[in-house]
Structures are given as C-alpha cells and as structure tokens.
Design a protein. Structure first.
Length: 299
C-alpha cells in the first residue's frame, strides 16, 4: 500500500519556482528521508503534504486523500513535528500533552508519550522552564500523542545532544516497528543512514537522486578506499598496486577490494612490511550527498 503519492508537484512564488515537478511515493510502514540543503524545497514540499500550503500544480495523495481538501478525520490520522512549535509557557508538559490528546479519537497514553520522549523528570514543570533540547522533545511528543498512521518529522533532533539523538532514533524505530509511516527531513546524514528505508535528495526544487541509503547515487558500486602508512624506507613505487601518497598516508581505490587487499597484504607479509592504520571504506552517505548537491549546483 502507498501512504503518499506525489506526481508533478510544483510550487511557485511569482517568478520563483520553489518546487519544480517532484515525483515520488512513500510506502506504508517505511521511513522516507527527504534530504537537501536549506532552500532546496524540502519544507515547502512537507507543508504541501501536510495541507498547510497550496500547490501550484501536480497531484498529491496523502493516506488516499488530497491534503488540500482533507477533513478532520484524515488530519487525525497524521502527526506533525514542525521545525519549531510554540506551546503555552505556563502549562506543564503533562498538561500540554493531555490537552492535545483530547483532539484525537484514540490518543496514546500521556504518561507513555512522556517517557518515550525522555521528559519523565520534567512532566510537571512549566514549559517555559524547558531547555531548547527539552522543548524539541515536547514537539516530538505532540507529534505522536494522537498515535498517527503517518508522521512528518521536520528536523526532529535539531538541538539534541548525542544521547538525546540516539533516544529519538530508538523512538523512530519503535514507531516504524508498530507500523507508523514516517517522512523525515534532516541535515544529519548519519541519522538518515540509521533510520531511513529510502532517501531522496532534493536540490533547487528537483529530486536529483533517490534510493536506499546504501545504494543512492551509485554508492553500492563506488570504489572502496584503502588507506595505510608505510614504514620509513619503503616507497609507494614498490607497492604491487597503483597508489598515491598524501597527508602522510598511502591511498588507493579499488572496485574489487577483496582481490586488491589479497595482493597488497600478501606482498607485505612476504617482506615483513607492516601496513600501519590499514582501513577500508566506501563513500559515506554524506560523501554521496555532497557530490550530488555539488553536481546539481554546477549544472
């Protein structure tokens, strides 16, 4: 089943085309990450999907309905975590969540949500006393209090410390495991790598690549990078493979790293030469993302 279908989506502000013909879908139960630099069109796209902004052209279906015409019943099936939510400063965390729970027919228990977002010790303190990271946790709590089928998370861990970020990731995994469909925007590539089933990179209002975090942009077929240090007296020219030296390390790229490593390490073992700091890696999601954005900017 498809939770979101987008075809030919466009949004213009006068002569400015903020979104220029997007086509994508989000399947039920998956985590879909929309990545891109500031001003790429991510937030505009989310606001159209959420029903907060009208579109110039294109077709959009969210849980089977056009969000521009959706009524209360459809909206009760959707949770939203915006980049910043203003809650009443003089209410407590528990009071804010209890009030919002009353807007939904089958909300999650307030105490359960408070624990899920890590605000157990702050449940009965006023919102105005919360730190920035704690306010962001409250935003997430407000997004999930209605037990939504579909959840939009717009930069959900901005301002979180590393421990809080990991807790938020675990919450996303729990929600996905329970069947919630999640659309995520983030500037943290490790977050997208860890959470998303599929990602789409948007730049200047168009999608420049789409796929799983491990395959997008040809990542799965990219050459592996092998790096190590040679001992004094051994030169790069003596190696049985082609390599370059820079920044104090030897580096080479291999499309068949197993065979290349076999050749390299066999040569080193025969001569008793240590290959200090030997590492093998492929381009990270961040590497691919930056390359995609750079290519589009140069086009």
């Amino acid at each position: 089943m498809v939770a979101i279908e987008v075809s030919g989506l466009r949004k213009s502000y006068g002569s400015l085309d903020a979104v220029r013909g997007l086509d994508f879908r989000v399947d039920e139960g998956e985590v879909f990450a929309l990545l891109g630099p500031n001003g790429a069109g991510k937030t505009t796209t989310l606001e159209i999907l959420e029903g907060f902004r009208t579109r110039t052209a294109g077709e959009v279906r969210v849980l089977g309905e056009d969000p521009a015409r959706a009524g209360r019943a459809q909206r009760q099936r959707v949770g939203i975590v915006l980049q910043g939510v203003v809650s009443e400063p003089y209410l407590t965390v528990r009071e804010v969540l209890t009030r919002n729970a009353a807007y939904y027919p089958n909300p999650r228990p307030v105490a359960e949500v408070i624990e899920h977002v890590g605000l157990g010790e702050k449940a009965d303190v006023r919102v105005k006393t919360l730190s920035g990271g704690q306010l962001r946790r409250l935003d997430v709590g407000l997004g999930i209090i209605g037990d939504p089928e579909l959840l939009f998370l717009d930069e959900p861990t901005t301002g979180f410390d590393p421990t809080a970020r990991r807790s938020a990731w675990e919450l996303v995994r729990q929600l996905r495991g329970a069947g919630t469909t999640i659309v995520l925007t983030t500037h943290y590539m490790d977050e997208a790598q860890s959470l998303a089933d599929r990602v789409a990179v948007i730049n200047a209002g168009v999608i420049v690549a789409e796929g799983t975090p491990d395959t997008i942009g040809g990542r799965a077929q990219a050459a592996a990078r092998i790096r190590f240090h040679l001992p004094p007296g051994v030169t790069v020219g003596e190696l049985p493979v082609t390599a370059v030296e820079g920044d104090g390390a030897v580096e080479l790229h291999a499309h068949d790293p197993v065979r290349t490593l076999h050749t390299l390490t066999g040569w080193a073992l025969e001569r008793g030469i240590p290959l200090e700091g030997l590492t093998v890696d492929r381009p990270s999601l961040e590497d691919v993302y930056l390359a995609l954005i750079s290519e589009e900017d140069e086009a």
